[in-house]
Ligand binder design. Structure first.
Ligand SMILES: [Zn+2]
Ligand SMILES: [Zn+2]
Length: 434
């Protein structure tokens, strides 16, 4: 697999006096970190700055930068909503050093030629390294498998029909067999379409009261169970995208205990909100899968804590303003998230004591990296510098003007959040700094 960023000179800098927190390396200490030409060269107290740029980290936390395994860059086809340049700039502002992009573009990334041109574009304009997942089926139509071998040779980061399920179990089984030959992950959007149908929000008390068509949890969990059964039968790994329901978590837990190599991700919005929030009828709370109930949210948080779910993924899904500024029922599914994920999770999970900061940092960095077989970012001498500097005491209001993304359909728009990304170093380059 190939992760590609802009070809640009690496930076040299020293971050002084920060609380350096790397849960993977087992570091929690107030030390300086020196980066020479993009590589971590020294960790210690009172380091010689070598005339490098000095970043004052006093009162701040320095951690391995984040990895987002689920981003919609809308390129090619909807560059009005996001481009590789704008999406990766948003990622840099969110503390990310690497992201993986989804193939549901126009045209769909289902051939080596589309992938090749995207990798070329990323080489010209990506602020942080980006990898591209290719489609499982041609045009994501769910009928015919893509040329997975060719796509893997060209540098695909994995395979997914995200946005749509693989409705046919037989095709899903063959996809597992072919993906295994490439060594790349299959990542699955789990939705039984005859159950989710025209569902607008989670099927429950809120959908009944508001009179919206419901999208029941079982529409997700049934497909999760099917695919875990297929993965067990074929002895192949898989990755479950954006889990939302308690029943899905239970199925995953059981399968992992039985030895299935399944990983999973959860979004900030599913960790922070429930369907009660949808009463506001804000179209920026409309996403697929939908926000679910309190027991679902609790199960997701517990699973993230226990490691049943390894990764936080934003499912950053930009939409044009005119498409979201319509009645709830008419709005498309999806919300942005790259620039606010840390602050949202710090505010909703860490501050109330639901998740330790160290654990959140691991699930936003090493967890997602490992799920796709990427080298986890780490703070160690000799490692490429992938660093995020965080101000956990900062409080800020999320406004449109702050966004580097081309779209503003954020579920936290207008809210005040605690915790802020101050500086991001991605693959040895200072890509964001306040
Ligand atoms: Zn999806
Ligand atoms: Zn998605």
């Amino acid at each position: 697999m190939t992760l590609v960023g802009k070809a640009a000179p690496k930076d040299s800098l020293v971050v002084t006096g920060a609380r350096v927190l790397d849960p993977v390396e087992g570091i929690d200490a107030q030390v300086d970190v020196r980066v020479d030409d993009g590589v971590i060269a020294a960790i210690g107290t009172s380091l010689d700055t070598n005339a490098h740029r000095v970043v004052d980290g006093a009162g701040l936390v320095l951690a391995p930068a984040f990895v987002d395994p689920h981003v919609h860059l809308r390129t090619p086809g909807r560059e009005d909503e996001e481009t590789i340049a704008s999406g990766t700039a948003a990622a840099a502002a969110g503390g990310y050093c690497a992201i993986l992009a989804m193939p549901n573009t126009e045209p769909v990334l289902d051939s080596a030629s589309v992938l090749g041109s995207l990798l070329e574009l990323a080489r010209a304009e990506a602020e942080v390294p980006v990898g591209f997942l290719a489609a499982i089926t041609k045009r994501q139509a769910g009928a015919e498998l893509t040329e997975m071998g060719e796509l893997a040779d060209e540098g695909a980061a994995g395979f997914t029909d995200d946005g749509r399920p693989i409705a046919s179990a037989g095709l899903m089984r063959r996809a597992l067999q072919y993906a295994s030959i490439t060594g790349l992950r299959l990542a699955l959007h789990e939705e039984e379409p005859s159950l989710s149908k025209d569902g607008q929000i989670h099927e429950g008390a809120v959908s009944a009261e508001l009179g919206f068509a419901g999208y029941p949890s079982v529409a997700e969990s049934l497909m999760v169970e099917r695919d875990l059964a297929l993965a067990a039968y074929e002895g192949q790994p898989l990755h479950l995208l954006h889990l939302s329901a308690r029943e899905s978590v239970e199925a995953l837990e059981g399968a992992r205990a039985a030895g299935v190599q399944a990983t999973a991700e959860v979004t900030p919005h599913h960790l922070c909100l429930t369907d009660e929030a949808v009463r506001s009828l804000d179209a920026n709370l409309k996403m697929n899968p939908p926000l679910r109930g309190d027991a679902d949210r609790t199960a997701l948080i517990d699973a993230l804590r226990s490691g049943t779910i390894q990764a936080v993924a934003t499912d950053h899904a930009p939409h044009a303003r005119h498409e979201k500024e319509v009645p709830f029922e008419a709005a498309p599914f999806g919300v942005t998230g790259l620039e606010t994920s840390f602050a949202a999770l710090y505010t909703h999970l860490v501050e109330p004591g639901l998740l330790a900061l160290e654990l959140l940092l691991e699930r936003m960095s090493a967890g997602p990296a490992r799920a796709y077989g990427l080298e986890p970012p780490r703070i160690a001498v000799g490692a490429p510098a992938n660093l995020v500097l965080l101000d956990t005491a900062a409080s800020w209001r999320v406004t449109e003007e702050r966004f580097r993304s081309r779209s503003v359909n954020s579920w936290v728009l207008g809210r005040t959040l605690n915790g802020r990304v101050k500086t991001t170093v991605a693959d040895g380059r200072l890509v964001f700094g306040e």
